[in-house]
Design a protein around this ligand. Structure first.
Ligand SMILES: NC(=O)c1ccc[n+]([C@@H]2O[C@H](COP(=O)([O-])OP(=O)(O)OC[C@H]3O[C@@H](n4cnc5c(N)ncnc54)[C@H](OP(=O)(O)O)[C@@H]3O)[C@@H](O)[C@H]2O)c1
Length: 233
């Protein structure tokens, strides 16, 4: 892949931060977002990427993010919709406001930002661009307590298919990635350190592999599982 201009939402931790690191190591320019200055500053210091505080669920922040990309890089070639939040609750006890807040980031925020970036990518034809949407295996199979989160990730996969149909004629690839469990700070859980389960860098490497496919070739959806999480050390 030639040098590209990446916009990565939620690049201050976890999978997003691992992707900022790999993209920078490969020589790409990167703007990323997050909501906390301390974690943003740490990734900026480690990678030299440009980080900004912007909440994906805010239209004003998404507009600012696109403006920063234009100022810093002159546009966006690769948009990675990674920022997401988590809410688990049983039906009968679900807080609809919490579910709406989750959808504001995981679904509406992703759509709003992409809605602002796609006109820039279309104007770049014939180069086009790449849009990577981070879904989940939770968006392929229902589970207990998963109403809000799983529904949001099914939505990400469905929306990705709609965008594939719309954007292929503009040479814009839309790729959805479905990781299984990854050992990040996801949902506030810390202290997981199982060498046989997935790490953030595994998902970042998968995203880079999909982007490194010849631009003629589109990989519409990828699931990523740990090869042998049951292995005894
Ligand atoms: N970990 C897993 O097991 C797993 C499995 C399947 C799919 N995924 C998906 O992978 C993606 C990344 O998850 P992760 O495990 O890397 O989570 P993580 O470690 O919690 O990182 C999430 C990142 O997104 C940012 N973020 C969250 N809400 C945001 C918002 N509204 N606006 C801007 N930034 C926001 C966070 O920073 P701030 O909190 O500072 O904003 C952080 O940088 C998510 O889409 C998730 O659904 C994760």
């Amino acid at each position: 892949m030639d040098q590209k201009r990446f916009l990565i939402t939620g690049g201050s931790q976890g999978i997003g931060a691992a992707l900022v690191t790999l993209a920078r190591k490969a020589g790409h320019r990167v703007v990323f977002t997050g909501r906390h200055d301390d974690t943003i500053g740490q990734v900026v210091g480690e990678t030299g990427a440009f980080g900004l505080r912007a909440d994906s669920s805010s239209g004003d922040d998404n507009q600012k993010t696109v403006e920063v990309c234009t100022q810093q890089m002159g546009g966006v070639d690769v948009l990675v919709n990674n920022a997401a939040s988590w809410y688990d609750a049983a039906i009968g006890e679900l807080d609809l406001d919490a579910m709406r807040r989750l959808f504001d980031t995981n679904v509406f925020g992703m759509v709003d930002l992409t809605n602002r970036v796609v006109p820039l990518m279309k104007a770049q034809t014939p180069e086009g661009g790449d849009i990577v949407n981070i879904a989940s295996t939770s968006g392929t199979k229902g589970r207990k307590l998963g109403t809000a989160y799983a529904a949001s990730k099914w939505a990400v996969r469905g929306i990705s298919q709609c965008w594939q149909a719309e954007l292929r004629p503009h040479s814009i690839r839309v790729i959805s990635i479905c990781p299984s469990e990854v050992q990040t700070r996801w949902g506030g859980r810390t202290g997981r350190n199982n060498p046989n389960k997935l790490y953030a860098v595994d998902i970042a490497a998968t995203i880079m592999a999909a982007l490194n496919m010849p631009s003629r070739a589109l990989w519409p959806e990828l699931s990523v599982f740990a090869t042998n999480p049951w292995k005894e050390e």
